[in-house]
Design a protein around this ligand. Structure first.
Ligand code: UDP
Length: 256
């Protein structure tokens, strides 16, 4: 029997963008924001959900922005700086989740043995089986992609049932809701529609990978208290991205 066959527990990958770690509109780290996310993750883990968390780093460094603001000559250098920023977030999250009494492991795609374990797929799976929250840092360990792609990749290789993307907005909109007040929020969209209409959800590499592997993605706001826990436990919050609307989710409010 395969790994997935032996496993009856819900396993998810939660992508936390760097924004989750700071106060709204600010950069850096904010203890209160990190603490409340940690509580929701810890609650879900205690309820038996196997949780892998892929952390972003945009609250500290975002590669492209750094190239502009610091005049960094090699964009890949900025990307490596961005990956290291995710490790800082991962350690902050680890501390906060463990202070809730739930065991965690940080696994990093860029080796730094003194700080965290290296990312090894089978080791990550084993930690998840043991009920530890696995925090995945440093993206995929290579430049030119974002942590969204890392999240889609890890969700695929770790056989997660769904990729949960916690972000600033509460789902997928027809346009940027922070700029266009007439933007409409969708309950369900297909991968195809996101790619064709260039809807800003995740980068196209991440969406393409999700489509290829039939990995459903739930996009929702981390700003609404309780949303992360609800999503982790299987509630449909925000917008579902998939090939077809699953039968068990009821009628959507708006379908693209
Ligand atoms: N990054 C990278 N490779 C990866 C993941 C991240 O080069 O596999 C770099 C990239 O420059 C990115 C930065 O790290 O801008 C921070 O990650 P991201 O922008 O995805 O963070 P988020 O938007 O989720 O806060």
């Amino acid at each position: 029997m395969g790994e997935a066959g032996r496993r009856s527990k819900r396993r998810v990958i939660l992508k936390l963008s760097g924004d989750c770690f700071s106060r709204a509109g600010q950069s850096g780290l904010d203890g209160e924001s990190i603490g409340s996310i940690a509580r929701e993750v810890a609650d879900a883990a205690r309820a038996g959900v196997q949780v892998g968390v892929v952390v972003g780093g945009g609250n500290i460094i975002r590669g492209a922005a750094l190239v502009r603001s610091l005049g960094i000559v090699k964009p890949v250098t900025a990307d490596y700086m961005g990956m290291i920023a995710t490790v800082i977030n991962a350690l902050a999250l680890q501390d906060a989740i463990e202070s809730e009494g739930v065991e965690t492991r940080v696994l990093t795609a860029i080796r730094m043995e003194e700080v965290a374990e290296p990312y090894i797929r089978r080791r990550a799976a084993r930690h998840l089986e043991k009920g530890r929250v696995v925090i995945l840092a440093a993206g995929i360990g290579s430049p030119c992609v974002t942590t969204d792609t890392a999240a889609a990749l890890r969700a695929t290789e770790l056989d997660a049932q769904v990729l949960l993307k916690a972000t600033r907005v509460d789902g997928v909109y027809s346009d940027d809701p922070e700029k266009n007040p007439h933007a409409v929020r969708y309950e369900f969209v297909t991968y195809e529609q996101i790619l064709e209409q260039r809807l800003k959800v995740m980068d196209s590499t991440a969406i393409s990978l999700a489509r290829e592997r039939g990995l459903p993605v739930l996009v929702f706001s981390f700003r609404r208290a309780g949303n992360i826990k609800r999503a982790l436990l299987g509630e449909r919050v925000g917008t579902l991205v998939a090939e077809h609307l699953p039968e068990d989710v009821g009628e959507p409010e708006v379908v693209l």
